[in-house]
Design a protein around this ligand. Structure first.
Ligand code: 13P
Length: 255
């Protein structure tokens, strides 16, 4: 972390805690993290829990993200949710281009760029995900792949430096219990920041670059101490208020 940027600790609940259990988890998170005033906190419940979770978090420091959105505002798109619906539900953030959506639901560099542009335009704060697969890492392609994914949206987020965050989530580390080591993460985060610096120094200085992939209370200290790691996007450990808040406590203690 770097004192110039506030840490952002975010939890991606994926397809878990859609109803009453989501409200409970959000309330537990807000209570456990109420005193962590040096960090920003975001939770991303499934669509069905957005409205009740926003209500439960009213007056707390915790903000709400959606996990995806459709780029169009309305129309014949059965099963989809629009940016204005997310704003109306009370979301401030939206996760875009998660590797699970790229792998299973057809998100591409082009659609991620399109969604990022729309999110920036309507005032939602995107957390845009990048990351290589194990095969890509093993053939030495990590930096090329991440750079290609980043290039698709980097100039779009330059419109408002610091508004969007980038999440580096190596696919092989997601849900596997195998996190990237601090040197591995720092190498990619530094490349991302250098690429943002090619566009503007302000963009590089203000953009928070989050690490995601088996981030937990056990490895958070080492990862969050990397100079270009500005927080986390947490999956499994975000489903337990105790674990999620412990990562927040570590971020708070480093900042
Ligand atoms: P895990 O923390 O469960 O590995 O998930 C990371 C992730 O995909 C967050 O978006």
């Amino acid at each position: 972390m770097n004192a110039a940027r506030r840490a952002l600790i975010s939890g991606n609940w994926k397809m878990n805690n859609g109803g009453a259990s989501g409200v409970q988890l959000a309330s537990d998170v807000a209570r456990a993290m109420a005193s962590f005033s040096s960090i920003d906190i975001v939770v991303a419940p499934p669509f069905t829990a957005l409205v009740p979770v926003v209500a439960a978090l009213k007056g707390t420091r915790v903000e709400v993200a959606a996990q995806n959105m459709h780029p169009k505002d309305k129309g014949a798109f059965t099963g989809e949710i629009s940016p204005s619906m997310l704003l109306e539900a009370g979301c401030k953030w939206v996760i875009l281009g998660h590797s699970e959506r790229r792998a299973m639901f057809g998100d591409t560099d082009a659609t991620v760029a399109e969604k990022t542009k729309v999110a920036m335009d309507v005032g939602l704060r995107p957390i845009v995900c990048v990351g290589e697969t194990l095969e890509e890492r093993e053939r030495g392609d990590t930096l090329n792949i991440v750079k290609r994914q980043l290039n698709a949206f980097a100039s779009i987020i330059a419109d408002k430096p610091g508004w969007a965050a980038v999440a580096y989530e190596p696919v092989w580390a997601i849900g596997t219990g195998k996190n990237a080591g601090p040197e591995e993460a720092q190498e990619v985060h530094a490349m991302i920041r250098a690429r943002l610096a090619d566009i503007s120094a302000d963009l590089a200085a203000k953009t928070r670059i989050l690490y995601g992939g088996s981030l937990s209370p056990k490895n958070a200290d080492a990862l969050l101490r990397c100079p270009d790691v500005d927080g986390g996007l947490i999956g499994g450990a975000a489903l337990k208020a105790e674990d999620f808040s412990k990562v927040g406590e570590i971020a708070q203690s480093i900042s």
